[in-house]
Design a protein around this ligand. Structure first.
Ligand code: SF4
Length: 274
């Protein structure tokens, strides 16, 4: 099939396609808005999402230079207060301070399309190194292998290597000067991924192959991992059950939190907020 000529891919849309081609089709091609809740505990889920958005906003304002004493009163509620304390102590440890660009969006070409990455923070020492920071508010720490395979890890580094020259005094940022760090606020832990020419080439091959698969598809199949459907807004539309799963079940099954795995929602909030 032919996608629209100006279609812009992102880590979220590609991750949806990898997790469930049908979800990619419903969300991005047919643009179906379906009202089923993602979890049974919607109140808890919404609080988690709101705290995550508030935390991102606080860090954004901090990096823009708003004094800490003006921001801290907005982090007076658990778990935001713990995340904020951890951030002030260690969130920017060993992060370049020559150029810090919060909430930065870059777009690179990918085949006939565009690939977008929206970064929580790009921290760059021009001509030396570039660190991508991504703030995570999961209650569980994911396994490193799980994170390494996520489209976010691949797309964010790839796009910076291709489209970061304007932030690096006009010179392309070599892959081996790029590092991606996930910083887990609840645990005050960093999980870091360096980059390399070989990984860049492998990412390009992989990303182009995903797009070629999408272009060739006539039918977007439903995922065979129907555990995902319990936490998907389209489950009744797909005939995959009526009842949403519980947040705790999701964390047990997928070893992470719903908010981090379905981070399209957080992205949408962030785009509205910022
Ligand atoms: S309900 Fe299941 S099959 Fe349908 S879009 Fe969601 S994850 Fe895919």
């Amino acid at each position: 099939m032919n996608l629209l000529g100006d279609f812009t891919f992102s880590q979220s849309s590609l991750q949806d396609d990898v997790d469930c081609p049908r979800r990619f089709e419903l969300r991005y091609l047919k643009r179906v808005r379906y009202p089923a809740p993602e979890t049974q505990d919607m109140l808890e889920f919404e609080q988690l999402m709101q705290h995550g958005a508030d935390f991102h906003r606080l860090i954004h304002q901090y990096i823009l230079g708003i004094p800490t004493e003006l921001l801290t009163p907005f982090a007076d509620e658990a778990p935001l207060n713990l995340w904020w304390r951890h951030f002030l102590a260690d969130g920017l440890r060993d992060v370049p301070d020559e150029k810090r660009l919060p909430e930065m969006t870059l777009i690179a070409p990918l085949g006939d399309y565009r690939l977008l990455a929206k970064y929580d923070l790009l921290a760059i020492t021009p001509g030396e190194r570039a660190v991508i920071m991504d703030w995570k508010t999961s209650r569980n720490l994911p396994k490193r292998e799980w994170l390494a395979a996520k489209l976010q890890t691949r797309v964010y580094r790839y796009v910076l290597a291709l489209a970061g020259d304007e932030l690096n005094d006009g010179a392309a940022i070599p892959p081996d000067a790029i590092e991606m760090r996930y910083w887990y606020a609840e645990h005050n832990r960093v999980i870091s991924f360096p980059y390399s020419e070989a990984q860049f080439a492998e990412d390009e091959r992989y990303l182009l192959s995903l797009i070629a698969e999408i272009e060739e598809r006539d039918i977007f199949p439903l995922t065979t991992d129907d555990r995902r459907c319990r936490f998907c807004t389209y489950r009744t539309l797909c005939g995959r059950g009526n009842e949403a799963g519980l947040l705790d079940e999701y964390e047990t099954d997928f070893e992470i939190t719903l908010a981090d795995d379905f981070d399209i929602d957080l992205d949408q909030i962030a785009e509205i907020e910022f």
